[in-house]
Design a binder for this molecule. Sequence first.
Ligand code: SAH
Length: 391
Amino acid sequence: MSINLLDYDLHGLTELCAGLGEKPFRARQLLRWIHQRGESDVTRMTDLAKPLRERLAQLAAVRAPGIMSESTAADGTRKWLLSVGAGNGIEAVFIPEVSRSTLCISSQVGCALECSFCATGRQGFNRNLTTGEIVGQLWLASKALSQARDAQASGRERIITNVVMMGMGEPLANFDNLVAALRIMLDDHAYGLSRRRVTVSTAGMVPGIDRLRAACPVALAVSLHAPNDTLRDVLVPINRKYPLKELMAACRRYVDAAPVQDADTAVSRAPDDPARKWQREGAPRACISFEYVMLDRVNDRVEHARELIELTRDVPCKFNLIPFNPFPDSGYQRSAPEQIRAFQETLMSAGLIATVRKTRGEDIDGACGQLAGQVVDRTRRRLRREAEEAA
Ligand code: SAH
């Protein structure tokens, strides 16, 4: 099969062009055609010389995942079920808000980590997504949104301003493909997103956190979910391999090394805005977002919040509390609203920023932890689990 141009970041396209005897600027042109104009047909890339177009057409194509279905929730959240071959489907979710619009994308088909409260973990792991499949979700969504002729939506609501790797899979377990995809997202010739607006979310793969810091430091979210190893070993089993002490140290290293400048904020400020001095003096230091799923009577007590304050003392961070999103046979329930409030207030009284994630797109199963996609489970994990439960 011909190569997929969505697999290539600027470096890769430059090498590809060099192999064809072409200058590096051709790679930038290609990136712009593919990602900014959404062009999938190389023969229509009119500012490339005709012989080059013909060579490329023989050699390469732009192949995004196919759209199996698309749904829009009452609150405007849109979800795409995308086909990635062999009967497998992954999901991408677009979440429009007033001041930003976020695309949540997947990094793997299924997931190997088996977090006990996550629908994706239930299905087991099938395979890593390629770079083209990761970035292809952004490519498709950008295209679909720019073509939408929804009279209600303002231009702004159709632009993706933020990308979060919070769909199916553990991004850091698919490291090389992830990093190439991130580089395309950040590239000014492609999507031009700032580092602060692209978030990698991890269940806590410590070596991956360190590698990401060196290779492509974007915003980092860590799925914490428990304030001590005893509880976290159960909820997020990868904790047995990388316990909290190591995880906190890796978070600290990440923050210490991450660039602080928020280009978006800086350029959009009026000249007399005090925040503008960030441009000169550096923006407030980067921080880790800790995600914390609120599970009724499991990890949601005020004592847990107090333990969290201690645990994260040396890590500049903010908390994002996620009310648990139920799925069939999960065995968990969402914490009561007053419990979530008490938890949040405990964190805030210690000077921490703690927000409660608004549940979006629930009616289309588009909320956190509900993305099930369609995974051919070749691990037989489901059968094993059912047998265990029956026993
Ligand atoms: N593997 C990565 C990214 C995927 S999940 C990670 O673990 O961070 C994105 C977020 O949704 C994670 O914080 C995850 O723990 C959370 N999540 C998973 N299942 C959930 C559920 N049923 N309800 C609420 N949040 C959930």
